[in-house]
Design a protein around this ligand. Structure first.
Ligand SMILES: [Zn+2]
Length: 470
């Protein structure tokens, strides 16, 4: 069988392309990280989990991954937050950095290899500005330094936003602006009162947000790397400006593939604090939701589609997680069949190639999950009937391990849940014993006790199996 290729939709070319890394078996990836001025909301988290699925899919296809995710700890928002709180920038941002790492861990995201903080890379940023000045892309005005977009013919190639000729020299100081406003943007902001600033060879001041990502990605991944990701709202101006800065300085292609995650909406509406439909991970955990179900829901829709986050959807994700856990537990506790059993190795193999092909198809997580649920149904049907042979179980173990390496939605490993499971196992065995000795009263008592623990016992031709009620 032919190995499926890994394909990504590249925002730059607007085409599905086969991924080829610049270095053999090594994928280098830059992902725009959080601005640490508040807790990440579920829209941000959707993007970060898309990037988690991306890095795990690269691993599935045999790549070693070097991922850089920056922490924006100096920009308009962090400066404003620190000044309102009356603390230093570090004092203000540190707790949000901690909270971000905690959230990512709760959602089982694999850590990136590097988390550079912008304030630790000021020398690399000023050096990049010097190169841009030398190449004729930058000019000074009122203490700040701006990028002259008319000097970079490729400006607009990612977003399709072409600057209007008659706007040459029009400048913008704020870091986020609309598509109608392609303007010369600020690289280095001159020192102002009540703002943190650094004394540097290009003068006193602080970096603009766009400059930070260009400097940190090139410092850690080199002038040219494989993949750059973010949310669709990063395409313009942030990523367009990164390209102008990096390619303007080096003359080389900055990133080969650009992947962007679509927005998340809540119950069909744009998320907004004013509408009361704005959620952080903490908000959902406080309401008693399971982080595993949140992860499931956030990765279940392919990243280029809008995700409509609903509480019905979260409930369905809960049930899906429960179904997976029950089937895995049931399989673990049923003895292998003596003969060939009712599940063939071909079914497991078909799952493996469909799963891989789905993720290779621009990370189609919906297809990958559908394949997993099909396999789980086949497992249940086989366990209801003639069972599953030891040989096919080995295949299944390998297939489930592969799926979980990418999706990471399986229940905590047996060792984590051991104490609870052990007690249940003991009761199930005791009930079995009672039935053997025809002590049905005792057997029923134990069944009731198990029901209290949320456990259902079924008597099958292969002995008693148990699962948790969903
Ligand atoms: Zn960025």
């Amino acid at each position: 069988m032919e190995e499926t290729a890994l394909r990504f939709f590249n925002t730059m070319t607007r085409k599905l392309e086969i991924f080829e890394s610049q270095e053999v078996d090594h994928a280098r990836l830059y992902t725009c990280g959080p601005t640490v001025y508040n807790y990440a909301h579920i829209g941000n988290l959707r993007t970060f989990l898309f990037e988690d699925v991306l890095r795990r899919t690269l691993q599935l296809f045999g790549y070693r991954v070097t991922q850089v995710m920056n922490l924006t700890d100096i920009d308009d928002k962090t400066i404003l937050g620190a000044s309102q709180a009356g603390v230093t920038l570090r004092e203000f941002t540190d707790p949000f950095v901690e909270a971000f790492f905690e959230d990512m861990k709760t959602l089982r995201a694999q850590p990136a290899e590097h988390y550079p903080r912008a304030t630790d890379f000021i020398p690399q940023m000023t050096e990049l500005v010097q190169r841009l000045e030398a190449e004729g892309h930058a000019y000074r005005s009122e203490g700040s330094i701006y990028y002259s977009i008319s000097t970079f013919p490729g400006y607009g190639k990612l977003s399709g936003v072409r600057p209007e000729a008659n706007l040459a020299g029009a400048r913008v100081d704020s870091e986020e602006y609309e598509k109608e406003n392609a303007r010369d943007f600020v690289l280095w902001k001159g020192a102002r009162e009540n703002e943190p600033s650094w004394d540097t060879p290009i003068g006193p001041g602080r970096p603009g947000w766009h400059l930070e990502c260009s400097a940190m990605s090139m410092a850690l991944l080199g002038d040219s790397f494989d993949i750059h990701t973010g949310g669709t709202d990063n395409i313009f101006p942030h990523h367009e400006n990164e390209i102008a800065q990096s390619e303007g300085a080096t003359g080389k292609i900055f990133a080969r593939y650009w992947l962007h995650a679509e927005h998340l909406i809540v119950e069909g509406e744009k998320m907004a604090k004013s509408k009361g439909n704005f959620f952080t991970l903490r908000d959902l955990l406080d309401r008693g939701h399971d982080p595993l179900a949140i992860r499931y829901l956030l990765i279940s829709v392919p990243y280029r589609q809008k995700l409509n986050f609903t509480f019905d959807g979260l409930h369905a994700a809960d049930q899906a997680i429960e179904r997976i856990a029950n089937t895995l537990r049931r399989l673990q506790h049923s003895p292998p069949s003596d003969g060939d059993g009712d599940l063939g190795a071909e079914a497991v193999e078909a799952f493996g190639s469909e799963f891989r092909d789905a993720l290779g198809d621009d990370l189609n997580t919906a297809r990958a999950l559908a394949a997993l649920h099909t396999l789980l149904r086949q497992v249940n049907t086989a366990l209801d009937g003639g069972g599953i042979s030891a040989a096919v179980r080995d295949e299944l173990d390998a297939a489930f391990a592969m799926a979980d390496n990418v999706l990471d939605i399986f229940p905590p490993s047996a060792s984590d849940a051991a104490s609870d499971d052990e007690e249940i196992e003991r009761l199930v065995a005791e009930r079995c014993e009672a039935r053997k000795t025809r002590d049905f009263k005792r057997a029923d008592e134990i069944r009731d006790r198990l029901a209290e623990l949320g456990v259902v016992v079924e008597d099958t031709p292969h002995g008693a199996v148990w699962h948790r009620k969903s």
